[in-house]
Design a binder for this molecule. Structure first.
Ligand code: SRM
Ligand code: SF4
Length: 566
C-alpha cells in the first residue's frame, strides 16, 4: 500500500502518521533516552495524538543558548473531558499532579479542559498514569483527529443540560481513535503483536488531514462559539424538549498574517437531524473530511477550506451520499451571548451552581488571592462537580444549600470575591502565548489583565464599567482565544504590538474586522478612547459595542471568511 502512495505530493506529517504504527512512533525509545530532555522530532508530531506537546521555556531561551545548553524542554499535557466535566476527585487529582509534576498551575482551556504545563520528560509517564488514575485520559486532545467535544456547561441554566452533556460524551467516545498505543506507551499495557496491529475503522491509516473540532450549543447560549467549530450541533428546543439538532459545518479561526488564503471562517448551518442521528452525522462529516481534505498543504487542510474548495452544495451532496439520506431543512434558533453568565444560579431541581471568573483560565494562587487553594478546599468539602467553560472559567455545580454556604466561606477565606469585576473583564479571554507557546509573537495571558485595567479606566470615565463587552487577545493569528469573534479583538504581531479588530457580535455570530495594525499600548488606548466616548453618548438602548461600531461605520461587517484581512 505504501508503494502506491505518492509521498512527494503529500505533507511530511502524512508519512509520519502512516509509518507511526498507529500512533506508536518511537515514543517508547524517546522516553527512555536519558541524553536529552526532548523526544525525537517525529515523535513530537505523534505525541500530540496522545495529548502531549513538546515545548521549551521561551523566557530562558536566550540565556540557555548563551550557555550552549539545549532549550529548557518540558511538555504540555491536555486532558480529554467532554463538556468540561470533572468530579471533585478528578479536580483534586489534577491539582495534586499540577503541584507535583507541572508548574503548580491548572490551565483551563478555551475548549473546556485542563492543561498541565512544564512537565519534564522524566515525569511524563507518571503524570499520564496519575491522570488515568483519576479516570481521565488525554487521547486525541491534539493531533489530526476529533478533539475535546464541547457543550454548553451550566446544569443550572437548563433542565436539558443532562441530555447535551451525555451526547458530548457519546460523540467523543465514538470518534476516538481505536489504536491501543496510548495504553501500551503510558499505562504499560501489553504491546500488541505488530503483525496483528489494529485497524482504525474511521481514521484508516493516516487519520485526518488536520485537527477537527466539534461542539454542541444549547440556545440561547452560544458559549461554545458554535460558529468556530468544524462541526457544530445546535439543539432545537420545542415545548421544553430537544427535538433534534441543526448541523453547522466549516467553522475555524486559524489564520496567518500576509496569507489571505488562510482565513477565519464561520460555520454554515446546512440542515437538521434528529437526536438519534447526531452520532452518525458526526461520523459522516468526519469521513467526508477524511476523504476530501487537503493532505498536501496543512495550511489548507481544515474542513473550512475543503468546503470552500468543493462548494457548500457539493459538500452537502457528498455528506448526504455518505449518510444515505438527506438532512432536513434547518430550524429556527437564536443566540443571546457567547460569554458566560457569572455568579450563582439555581436550577429547576433546586441545585445551585456558581460560575467563577478565572482570568486567562489560569487557576493559581497569587499573593493573597488564593483561587487554587479555594477550589481545592471546595473539592475536599463538597460532593458536586467542576465544569470548565469555553470562556476559560470554572463552574462549581450541583450544590445543595449547605454546599453553597461552604463554597462561599472557602472563597471568602481565600480572598476570592466573585462578582466584583467589570463587564469588560468578565468577558475577556486570553490565549496562553508566552512563555510556553512556541508560536507566540507577543504576550496574551500575561498582558491582557493589565490592558483591561487601562481600558477600565476609560470606561469608568463614561460610566460604562458594567457594560458587558467581549474582549479577547491572542499572541498570534492562530486564534486559540477566538479573538475574531470578540467585539474588541487583539492579535499579537510582535512583542508589545497588536492588531486591533472591532465589530464582532455579542452573541458570536459575526467575525470582527481589522481596525488598526501593529499598535502599542498607548496607541491602543488612543484609538479606543474616542470610540468609547462616542459609544457612551450615542449608543441605542441595549446596543452592544460590536453592533455600535458597525452602525457608526468604524468598521465594515465581514460577511464571509475569505473577505477577512489582517
Ligand atoms: Fe490552539 C496551536 C493553545 C484553542 C487554533 N494552540 C496551539 C498550540 C498547541 C501551539 C503549538 O501548536 O505548538 C498552543 C499551546 C500553547 C500552550 O502553551 O498552552 C495552543 N489552543 C491553545 C489553548 C490552550 C489556548 C487557551 O489559552 O485556552 C486552547 C486549547 C484548547 C483545547 O483544550 O483543545 C486552544 N486553538 C484553540 C482554538 C479555539 C477553539 O478551538 O475553540 C483555536 C481556533 C479554532 C480553530 O481551531 O480554528 C485554536 N491552535 C490553533 C491553531 C490554528 C489552527 C488552524 O486551523 O490554522 C494552532 C496552530 C496549528 O494547528 O498549526 C494552534
Ligand atoms: Fe500560541 Fe498563537 Fe495559540 Fe496564542 S493563538 S496559544 S500564541 S498558537
Amino acid at each position: 500500500m505504501s508503494d502506491t502512495i505518492n509521498w512527494e505530493a503529500l505533507s511530511e506529517v502524512e508519512k509520519l502518521k502512516y509509518e507511526s504504527n498507529y500512533l506508536r512512533g518511537t515514543l517508547v525509545e524517546s522516553l527512555a533516552d536519558p541524553i536529552t530532555g526532548a523526544i525525537a522530532p517525529g515523535d513530537t508530531q505523534i505525541s500530540k495524538f496522545h495529548g502531549i506537546y513538546q515545548q521549551f521555556d521561551r523566557d530562558l531561551d536566550k540565556e540557555r543558548k548563551r550557555q550552549k545548553l539545549e532549550p529548557a524542554y518540558s511538555f504540555l499535557i491536555r486532558v480529554r473531558m467532554p463538556g468540561g466535566v470533572a468530579t471533585t476527585q478528578q479536580w483534586l487529582q489534577m491539582d495534586t499532579l499540577s503541584d507535583k509534576y507541572a508548574n503548580g498551575t491548572l490551565k483551563v482551556t478555551t475548549r473546556q479542559t485542563f492543561q498541565l504545563h512544564g512537565v519534564l520528560k522524566k515525569n511524563l509517564k507518571t503524570t499520564m498514569k496519575g491522570i488515568n488514575k483519576a479516570l481521565l485520559d488525554t487521547i486525541a486532545t491534539c493531533g489530526d483527529v476529533n478533539r475535546n467535544v464541547m457543550c454548553h456547561p451550566n446544569p443550572a441554566e437548563s433542565s436539558l443540560y443532562k441530555e447535551i452533556v451525555e451526547l458530548a460524551g457519546k460523540i467523543s467516545e465514538h470518534l476516538l481513535p481505536k489504536t491501543k498505543a496510548y495504553h501500551e506507551i503510558w499505562l504499560d499495557k501489553k504491546l500488541v503483536d505488530s503483525s496483528k496491529i489494529e485497524v482504525e475503522p474511521l481514521y484508516k491509516d493516516r487519520y485526518l488531514p488536520r485537527k477537527f473540532k466539534l461542539g454542541i450549543a444549547l440556545p440561547p447560549y452560544n458559549d461554545v462559539d458554535i460558529f468556530s467549530q468544524d462541526l457544530g450541533f445546535i439543539a432545537i428546543v420545542e415545548k421544553s424538549k430537544i427535538v433534534g439538532y441543526n448541523v453547522a459545518v466549516g467553522g475555524g479561526l486559524g489564520s496567518t498574517f500576509a496569507m489571505p488564503e488562510a482565513y477565519p471562517r464561520l460555520a454554515d448551518v446546512i440542515g437538521f437531524c434528529e437526536s438519534n442521528q447526531v452520532v452518525d452525522v458526526a461520523e459522516k462529516v468526519v469521513a467526508v473530511q477524511r476523504d476530501h481534505g487537503d493532505r498536501k498543504n496543512r495550511k489548507q487542510a481544515r474542513l473550512k477550506y475543503t468546503i470552500d474548495r468543493l462548494g457548500l452544495e457539493k459538500f452537502k451532496d457528498e455528506l448526504h451520499n455518505y449518510l444515505g439520506h438527506n438532512l432536513e431543512a434547518p430550524k429556527k434558533f437564536s443566540f443571546s451571548r457567547n460569554g458566560d453568565r457569572l455568579g450563582w444560579k439555581q436550577g429547576a431541581d433546586g441545585k445551585w451552581s456558581l460560575t467563577l471568573f478565572v482570568e486567562g483560565g489560569r487557576v493559581r494562587d497569587k499573593d493573597k488571592f488564593k483561587l487554587k487553594t479555594a477550589l481545592k478546599e471546595i473539592a475536599e468539602l463538597i460532593d458536586g462537580q467542576f465544569i470548565l467553560t469555553a470562556n476559560q472559567n470554572v463552574i462549581v455545580a450541583n450544590l445543595s444549600d449547605i454546599d453553597k454556604k461552604v463554597v462561599n466561606e472557602r472563597l471568602k477565606a481565600n480572598r476570592v470575591a466573585p462578582g466584583k469585576i467589570s463587564g469588560l473583564r468578565k468577558n475577556s479571554i486570553a490565549c496562553v502565548a508566552l512563555n510556553t507557546c512556541p508560536l507566540a509573537f507577543a504576550e496574551a495571558e500575561r498582558y491582557l489583565p493589565t490592558l483591561v485595567s487601562k481600558i477600565e479606566t476609560v470606561l469608568e470615565e463614561y460610566n460604562l464599567t458594567k457594560e458587558e463587552i467581549v474582549i479577547r487577545m491572542t499572541g498570534c493569528p492562530n486564534g486559540c482565544g477566538r479573538p475574531y469573534l470578540a467585539e474588541i479583538g487583539f492579535v499579537g504581531k510582535s512583542i508589545g504590538h497588536y492588531n486591533l479588530y472591532l465589530g464582532g457580535s455579542f452573541n458570536g455570530d459575526r467575525l470582527n474586522t481589522l481596525y488598526k495594525e501593529t499598535l502599542t499600548e498607548e496607541q491602543i488606548l488612543n484609538e479606543l478612547k474616542p470610540i468609547i466616548a462616542d459609544y457612551a453618548k450615542n449608543k441605542k438602548t441595549k446596543e452592544h459595542f460590536g453592533d455600535f461600531v458597525i452602525r457608526k461605520a468604524y468598521v465594515k461587517a465581514i460577511l464571509k471568511g475569505s473577505d477577512f484581512r489582517h
